[in-house]
Structure formats: C-alpha cells, structure tokens
Design a protein around this ligand. Structure first.
Ligand code: MG
Length: 242
C-alpha cells in the first residue's frame, strides 16, 4: 500500500461532498507547478526583474501595509517591461519553467463531465493559463492580466482585486452569477493567499499545502502529485440543476 492520496479531516459544519456543485481552483502551486516551487511572478522577476531578493522584500512590504497589491503588480510588470521582455520570450519562459501538475487536465475536464461548474480564482497571470491550459473549461476566471503591443512588448496590465482576501469576494461574485451558494463550492488551493477562499466555501481542499494555516483550514488535504484525489472526493454524475 502506498501513501493514501487523500487525507480527510472531519470538521464542524462542513458541507458533504455530494452537495458540492462548483469547484474553484487556485493556479500557481495548485494547477501549475515549478520545479523549485516558484510562482510566475518569481519566475519572470528572476528573468527580467532585479532578481530574487526583490520578491521577499515586496512580499514583506505588502504584508506590512507599505505596498498595495496593485502597486506590487505594477512594480513587477514594469521591471519586466523595462528589462525588454517580449511576448514570445515570456511564453517560452512559461513553457520552459512551469507545467501543469500531474493529472490537472484530466481532473478539471473530469469534473466538468460529472456536471460540476469549474472556475479559477488566482493571483496568477492570464497568460499562464492560456499557455499551459489553452482548452480549459473554466466558466469564470479571476486573475491578473497582462497585454502586449503589436511589436510584442508589454503595453499594459490589470491587477486583480481578487487575490488574497479578495478571493472570498470573487467566490461571492461567482455565487451571485451562477445562483450556486458558496456553501456548495469546493475551493482547491495551496498557500496563504487561498485562506480567505478556503474559509468561506463548504468544501475547502488543500493541495500540497505550503503553510500550516492553509492545511488547517482544509477539510481534505491532497498530497503532491495527487490532484486526482478530487475525483475520489467529488462524486458524479451530478444531477442537472433545476
Ligand atoms: Mg497558489
């Protein structure tokens, strides 16, 4: 017997898995991975920005209230732009350094086939999902956006208001758009920026949690490489919504 892929933790007032209708995913560290555990921001800062030191400093400045999320995004993207990053080079860097976690496409498409609505609420960049999962079936995608001009140079960006504490707000928006209450959502995430989302859904799931708080908020914990444990947790086919 190998390690069980799913570690289930019973919690108070949790929604039974058979009531879940919608599954929302984080991206970096959950659907997408880097060999050294970096996220897209760190990967691109390492290639075009002032180097690895800046990530830790900006994170601390954000945590301690000296830097807004939008300004953090701006500083990072301006660094890539001023470093001469082109769309083709960014795409090549994403393809070289990041990849979908094992089974991600099968799990996400499998959930859709079972009748679940699937969404993304993430601090990633839109270009990561478009590059690594171009045929994704997500009906709602909340993330940061970057744009390039005709010459392939960075021409703009849009910082998402729906990372960190904003993830819970995004889930409430999805609930009002779909008519599915957040109590019938599962959310799958790996890090501290997922905690607000994990706190509001009926079925919080941690994939390869990077922080004890993330793990402690989860009803189920999926081991690294075992995202497919979701297909064991969430039954199918779901009855059609009335
Ligand atoms: Mg993550």
């Amino acid at each position: 017997m190998g390690e069980l892929p799913v570690e289930s933790i019973s919690g108070p007032a949790a929604t039974p898995e058979q009531d879940v209708e919608l599954v929302a995913f984080d991206v970096d560290g959950t659907l997408v991975e880097h060999q050294g555990g970096l996220v897209i921001w760190q990967v691109l800062n390492r290639r075009w920005g002032p180097g690895g030191m800046v990530d830790g400093q900006r994170w601390r400045d954000f945590q301690e209230g000296r830097l807004s999320y939008a300004d953090w995004v701006r500083l990072d993207v301006e660094g890539w732009r001023d470093g001469g990053a082109t769309r083709e080079e960014v795409l090549a860097t994403i393809r070289r350094e990041l990849r979908l976690v094992d089974g991600a496409e099968r799990v996400v498409h499998g959930l859709v086939a079972r009748g679940y609505v699937v969404c993304v609420v993430s601090g990633t960049l839109d270009i990561v999902l478009e590059t690594l999962f171009p045929d994704h079936p997500f009906s709602h995608v909340f993330c940061n956006r970057i744009s390039f001009d005709a010459a392939g140079l960075i021409s703009g960006w849009q910082a998402t208001p729906y990372d960190m504490e904003g993830k819970a707000a995004a889930l409430h928006q999805i609930a009002s758009r779909t008519g599915i209450p957040v109590g019938r959502f599962a959310f799958v995430g790996d890090h501290l920026n997922d905690c607000s989302a994990l706190s509001v859904v009926g079925c919080p799931v941690a994939y390869d949690p990077k922080h004890e708080r993330t793990r402690s908020l989860a009803r189920h914990v999926l081991a690294p490489g075992r995202l497919d444990g979701l297909l064991d947790l969430l039954p199918g086919p779901r009855p059609a919504r009335r």
